[in-house]
Design a protein around this ligand. Structure first.
Ligand SMILES: Cc1ncc(COP(=O)(O)O)c(C=O)c1O
Length: 497
């Protein structure tokens, strides 16, 4: 039974009334609710400016909600089976930084998989927490990292009984989920908090056909990108909490350090509206999308050189806790092309924008807004690429790529604050990195501050550079920022590398 209360959109409704009213705006923003026409209003309509109020009386305050934002957050919490929800206008990035800073202090331990998003590494720098990395399942045939097993998480918890929190990704970019319930129960037995990155998991809350959500599994906090796999505007996310293990005052005050003092009302309104839409339409919409996928996957699999990952992949790798089938993971390496090649071809020749490419695959995200026509176009494009490449590329040497992570030497915050120097990448083997380097998307750092640069990292980076991937690093010009060991006190006391 649906709760009629969820029809309400307290924040959006009041904001719209305000934008349509005859208010005399002597406050910011300077566009004064869109009085001066411009190119954007000509395209998107004046409405977008009418909704772009800052903090007028009656519209509540994100940093200390007592009115309509509080009501909207409460409705959101109910819809997500959480006890509380906090709206975020800084994406899940902001939520992740806040949840780690609010729960794990400097020099306290947090257990987490190494294949986390860059926001988690930055959160470690802000908080000063000591990461205890758990190796995820690395699939070198596909060049991706998957989940972490309960056994590996349990071992890390047993070996580090003083850890404050355990961090999980639910699901990974490629749809794999860990045994969240078992991890949560064991962590709670050990008196540890469970923090979940649900940047790709907003849809789990609205469909029984998908894996368990973090809140349903009993996690303490989840940062959930409503804008990625939900239907809100880009940069709008939510932070959900359950139970009383997390200090809510500390969480709100930490969020207030991260929030702009002028959070976008348009983004907040889009969260309010998206929550209502997903609550009422999510279940059917996701079911329809999954049916479309099920209809198309056998056709995709008939294309020579193309295969789609499904639940059996996760099960084969020991992850039988469901699979997020809204992720269309398309293996293309058997076409004799890299994922990067196919990603570029699809956009440049067929006007099809995928989410990302990896060495051997490309990823398409399906949501309740995906249509049959979209999947048909993708199918036809891949068929054409296969017709043009499959036969003649079979004699080409196979791509060789090894997915791994370097060893840590100091925690990220220490590396961040240590003296630095900039050296050529070619001379950097055995140095300690002072920066994060990653391809984007997915934004999972191959190297983080405090890790020891090794030959395998340098080879992988070179491979990515050759493949034309977008590389996020501080310098991007053949140089890298490393710790200046000669001028670093810590180095004097250490057994050198
Ligand atoms: C696994 C993961 N976590 C966190 C984030 C950050 O999310 P947002 O873009 O909403 O800040 C991303 C973004 O790509 C992600 O892939």
């Amino acid at each position: 039974m649906k709760d009629k209360k969820q029809q309400l959109t307290p924040f959006f409704t009041k904001l719209k009334e305000y934008g349509e009213s005859d208010v005399v705006p002597f406050d910011v923003p300077g566009h004064k609710l869109g009085r001066l026409p411009n190119d954007l209003s000509a395209f998107a309509g004046k409405g977008i400016y009418q909704l772009d109020a800052n903090a007028p009386r009656g519209l509540d305050t994100l940093s200390k909600p007592t009115g309509i934002i509080k009501e909207a957050q409460a409705l959101c919490a109910e819809a997500f089976n959480a006890d509380r929800a906090y709206f975020l206008t800084s994406g899940t990035t902001g939520g992740i930084i806040a949840m780690i800073m609010a729960t794990v202090r400097a020099k306290e331990k947090i257990i987490l998989p190494r294949n986390v998003h860059k926001s988690v590494i930055n959160a470690l720098i802000f908080s000063g927490a000591i990461p205890v990395f758990v190796k995820p399942d690395l699939d070198n045939n596909l060049g991706i990292a998957n989940g972490v097993s309960f056994q590996n998480m349990k071992r890390a918890m047993d070996d580090n009984p003083d850890a404050i929190a355990v961090f999980v990704i639910n699901p990974t970019y490629f749809g794999v989920v860990s045994d969240l319930k078992q991890i949560v129960d064991y962590a709670h037995e050990k008196n540890m908090l469970v923090l979940a990155d649900e940047a790709h998991g907003a849809q789990f809350y609205f469909s029984k056909l998908l894996p368990q959500s973090a809140m349903d599994a009993g996690a303490d906090i989840a940062a959930t990108s409503m804008h990625k796999t939900g239907v809100s505007l880009t940069q709008s996310s939510i932070l959900l909490t359950k139970g009383d293990r997390v200090d809510q005052f500390k969480l709100q005050s930490t969020l207030n350090m991260i929030h702009s003092t002028s959070p976008s009302a348009v983004l907040l309104a889009s969260l309010d509206v998206a929550r209502k839409q997903m609550y009422f339409e999510g279940e059917k919409g996701i079911e329809k999308a999954l049916k479309l996928r099920a209809l198309m996957v056998p056709k995709f699999n008939e294309i020579k050189g193309v295969s789609i990952l499904d639940e059996s992949y996760a099960v084969k790798r020991g992850y039988d806790f469901g699979f997020d089938s809204t992720k269309l993971v398309i293996k293309v390496a058997d076409l004799g092309l890299s994922g990067f090649d196919v990603y570029r071809m699809l956009k440049d020749r067929f006007d099809i924008q995928l989410e990302l490419a990896e060495t051997y695959l490309v990823l398409a995200i399906i949501t309740m807004a995906t249509t049959k026509r979209d999947l048909d176009r993708l199918y036809k494009a891949l068929q054409t690429i296969s017709d043009e490449n499959y036969e003649q590329n079979q004699s080409l040497p196979k791509i060789k790529f090894h997915y791994n992570f370097p060893e840590p030497f100091v925690r990220p915050r220490e590396a961040y604050h240590a003296p630095h120097k900039i050296i050529p990448l070619a001379d950097s083997e055995n140095e300690i990195s002072a920066e994060s380097i990653m391809i984007y998307p997915p934004g999972i750092p191959m190297l983080i501050p405090g890790e020891i640069i090794n030959a395998s990292f340098l080879e992988d980076l070179d491979f990515y550079q050759q493949s034309g991937s977008v590389i996020f690093s501080e310098l991007n010009n053949g140089y890298i920022k490393v710790i200046d060991k000669e001028n670093w006190e810590k180095w004097e006391d250490s057994d050198e590398l």
